[in-house]
Design a protein around this ligand. Structure first.
Ligand SMILES: Nc1ncnc2c1ncn2[C@@H]1O[C@H](COP(=O)(O)OP(=O)(O)OP(=O)(O)O)[C@@H](O)[C@H]1O
Length: 205
């Protein structure tokens, strides 16, 4: 893969069941770029991200090249209710990111969960549970982030935290690909991949 590109898709198609969602996707993401995947409900934004992230390999056709250490935050939190906030964060990071306990605590503080490190997730609100997952943005060393609807259930202060994380990632030479039905206020130019649904070729702009 060329050094300049973090993601390269060639002639990609995404299929769910018998339904082709998109086809002939030729798309490259360069280091330092911010991309928004747009499209109506059901156009295939989540399916595309999950397929690229390797979570639904059976739905993907075509060729794909990306770094192995990418970060994927799905629109479902994946938080386990009978684990504490700290345990969940440790679980999310798995073996891929070697983080000491201090860094984990600091990340939970950064997302406003300072008083909840040892609270079981089932005792946290929807937005607080989501913030556990978002704490990864303070720990991930990945060059490429995929964020699927990161603003879901997040309040105004939380949105500002996510915006700052995205800005920092892109300005430091990483790349972010995100979906959102809400607007992000970012001092960055954003490129767009527009999914038109029904197996059509997406627009790149
Ligand atoms: N589990 C599933 N099995 C089969 N088909 C599915 C499944 N989940 C989604 N689909 C199909 O894939 C299509 C795209 O869904 P997807 O969640 O990728 O859309 P989206 O663009 O992210 O939508 P939204 O904006 O509503 O989140 C849906 O219209 C549906 O037909």
């Amino acid at each position: 893969m060329s050094q300049a590109y973090l993601l390269q898709c060639a002639d990609l198609a995404v299929v769910r069941g018998t339904r082709c969602l998109l086809s002939q996707l030729n798309w490259q993401v360069k280091a330092g770029e911010l991309w928004q995947i747009k499209g109506d409900n059901g156009a295939g934004k989540t399916s595309l991200m999950r397929a690229i992230a390797g979570l639904a390999p059976q739905s993907l056709e075509g060729s794909l090249d990306l770094p192995s250490d990418f970060l994927f935050l799905g629109h479902k939190t994946g938080v386990k209710s009978d684990f504490t906030a700290l345990e969940n964060l440790r679980l999310h990071l798995g073996h891929t990111q070697n983080c000491d306990d201090r860094s984990l605590h600091d990340a939970l503080d950064e997302v406003g969960l300072g008083d909840y490190h040892d609270e079981y997730a089932y005792r946290l609100s929807a937005g607080q549970q989501r913030r556990i997952a978002l704490a990864q943005l303070f720990l991930a060393k990945s060059s490429l982030w995929f964020l699927d609807e990161p603003l879901t259930a997040i309040d105004v202060d939380g949105v500002a935290i996510i915006e700052a994380c995205i800005e920092r990632q892109v300005r430091s030479g990483g790349s972010v690909v995100y979906t959102s039905h809400q607007s992000l206020k970012l001092e960055l130019s954003t490129r767009t991949l527009h999914l038109r649904g029904r197996g059509q070729v997406p627009d790149v702009s």
